[in-house]
Each structure stands twice: as structure tokens, then as C-alpha cells.
Ligand binder design. Structure first.
Ligand SMILES: *[C@@H]1O[C@H](CO)[C@@H](O)[C@H](O)[C@H]1NC(C)=O
Ligand SMILES: *[C@@H]1O[C@H](CO)[C@@H](O)[C@H](O)[C@H]1NC(C)=O
Ligand SMILES: *[C@@H]1O[C@H](CO)[C@@H](O)[C@H](O)[C@H]1NC(C)=O
Ligand SMILES: *[C@@H]1O[C@H](CO)[C@@H](O)[C@H](O)[C@H]1NC(C)=O
Length: 229
């Protein structure tokens, strides 16, 4: 009897641990996954790892937000914001402190008719050829930011911005690094999980795990979830 109970407790503990692990994993922001993929690709080619700059990421989000209407039928973003758009629209929208605006040393922009998982977005949209790989591999970069946004029932947009600045002193976000809260899309370096349109906070796998946990709890404590009317 005791042995059985102990075993149950152990099982329950393991389940809880697993749930905690799943919940604590950074699953809310695919822009961060893309930064990791960019860095893994660079380090595999013996290049330096780039610092993840939230200010730059937010600017990348502004870029795609600005170009949202212009995904052509061959999946290219036909849109060329000016330098002034960066300083007069993108930076203020993010709350990037203007004196800290750094040098942008490269950018990659892409779109698809629908959202793609980070690994597919990396290989099919952002770095599909030699030209984009050479942008990613440029030795001038020291920091990176990724922004992404989708149009409801329309195309999805990705943007990577590279800069030669130092993470602490360029593209600094006001309000102690929080910047201005964004209504749409998401960007790397932000602790705010993003909604890419079809993902909810409780992912299907987490929901399954949660249901399983409740089920197990019910097995151990049959009366726990019994609410008399
Ligand atoms: C999008 O494309 C249209 C037509 O080519 C162009 O007039 C417009 O300026 C573009 N938008 C941006 C933000 O570049
Ligand atoms: C790397 O980036 C710098 C700054 O944007 C640029 O001047 C240079 O041409 C790039 N180098 C290569 C190999 O693309
Ligand atoms: C880096 O990315 C390019 C473009 O997707 C790919 O062809 C290459 O195999 C990648 N390199 C490594 C080491 O993963
Ligand atoms: C940023 O600056 C703070 C203090 O100025 C320092 O402690 C921290 O190590 C710096 N971080 C990076 C990534 O340079």
C-alpha cells in the first residue's frame, strides 16, 4: 500500500517537473529562435556570435510592418524604406533613444503567403541563397535583431537587421529597455512572447500534458476534482 502510494507520488513529481520544464522553455517567440539559428550558422562557419539587440529587433518589426502591403507573387518584399523612415518612424515607434541609433550593416527581408516555422523560415525565406548567406556572414556585424509580422489571412513577413554597434550602447530602448509596447507581430530580444496569429499561449502539447496531469491527479486523489453541486 505505502509502496504504491510512494510510487504514485514519485510519478506525480516527475510529471510536475516535466510540466515545469515545458512551461519554462522559451516557446513564445520564434524571432528568438531565428536569432539562435543565425548565430549557430555563423559560429559553424567560424564567425563571431552576434548580440541579440531588442532595439534592433523592434526596428526590424517596424520594417516589416511598414512593408506589409508589398509581398509580390514571387515572394519578394518590394519595398524600400528610406534612411529617414528608420530614424523618423521606426525608431520612435519602438522608443529607441535617437542618440543611440547605430550603423545598420545589413538586412534580409522576406515574405511568404503564410507563416512558416523558424527552421523553414531560415532556410527558405531568409537565407535561401549565396547572396543572403553572404549578408549573414559579413564580418562587420556585431549585433542582430529579428522582427516578424503577418497580415490577417494574408502573407507573413520576416526581417533581419544587422548592426556594427555595441549591444549596450546602440539602439537602446527607453523606459529602462522596455521601449514602446508593440500591438502586432514580435521581435527578438524581447521577453514578451509573441502571437503569430495562430498560436495561443497554451500550445496543444502543453494542453495535452496538462490534461494528463489532471487525469493522474484524479487517479491518486479521486475526490480532488469532485465538486458537489
Ligand atoms: C508597395 O508597392 C507599391 C506599388 O509598387 C508602391 O507604390 C508602394 O510605395 C510600396 N510601399 C512601400 C511601403 O514601399
Ligand atoms: C559587409 O558589410 C559592410 C557594411 O554594410 C559592407 O560595406 C561590406 O561591403 C560588406 N561585405 C561583404 C563581403 O558583403
Ligand atoms: C548556413 O545556412 C546556409 C543557408 O541556409 C546553409 O546552406 C548552410 O548549410 C548553413 N551552414 C551550416 C554550417 O549550418
Ligand atoms: C552592459 O552594461 C552593463 C553596465 O553598464 C554591464 O554590466 C553589462 O555587462 C553590459 N552588457 C553587455 C552585453 O555588454
Amino acid at each position: 500500500m505505502w509502496k504504491q502510494l510512494c510510487c504514485c507520488c514519485c510519478l506525480l513529481f516527475c510529471q510536475l517537473l516535466l510540466a515545469a520544464l515545458v512551461c519554462s522553455k522559451d516557446h513564445g517567440n520564434p524571432a528568438n529562435d531565428l536569432v539562435n539559428m543565425i548565430n549557430n550558422n555563423r559560429t559553424a562557419h567560424k564567425l563571431t556570435k552576434l548580440n541579440d539587440s531588442p532595439g534592433l529587433g523592434c526596428m526590424a518589426l517596424q520594417f516589416v510592418e511598414f512593408c506589409k502591403g508589398n509581398c509580390t507573387s514571387d515572394n519578394t518584399v518590394n519595398c524600400k524604406p528610406s534612411e529617414d523612415d528608420f530614424t523618423e518612424i521606426f525608431a520612435p515607434n519602438c522608443g529607441v533613444e535617437l542618440p543611440t541609433f547605430g550603423t545598420i550593416t545589413g538586412r534580409i527581408v522576406g515574405c511568404r503567403s503564410k507563416y512558416l516555422e523558424p527552421s523553414l523560415a531560415f532556410s527558405n525565406v531568409l537565407v535561401p541563397d549565396k547572396r543572403t548567406l553572404s549578408v549573414l556572414s559579413n564580418k562587420s556585424h556585431s549585433e542582430v535583431g529579428v522582427g516578424m509580422v503577418g497580415v490577417h489571412k494574408g502573407p507573413f513577413f520576416w526581417c533581419v537587421l544587422f548592426s556594427s554597434g555595441r549591444t549596450n550602447s546602440t539602439f537602446v530602448l527607453e523606459n529602462h529597455g522596455l521601449g514602446i509596447k508593440q500591438k502586432k507581430g514580435c521581435y527578438s530580444g524581447s521577453s514578451i512572447p509573441c502571437s503569430v496569429g495562430h498560436k495561443s499561449a497554451v500550445s496543444p502539447s502543453n494542453f495535452l500534458l496538462l490534461s494528463f496531469l489532471v487525469y493522474q491527479l484524479q487517479q491518486v486523489y479521486p475526490n480532488l476534482f469532485f465538486f458537489p453541486m
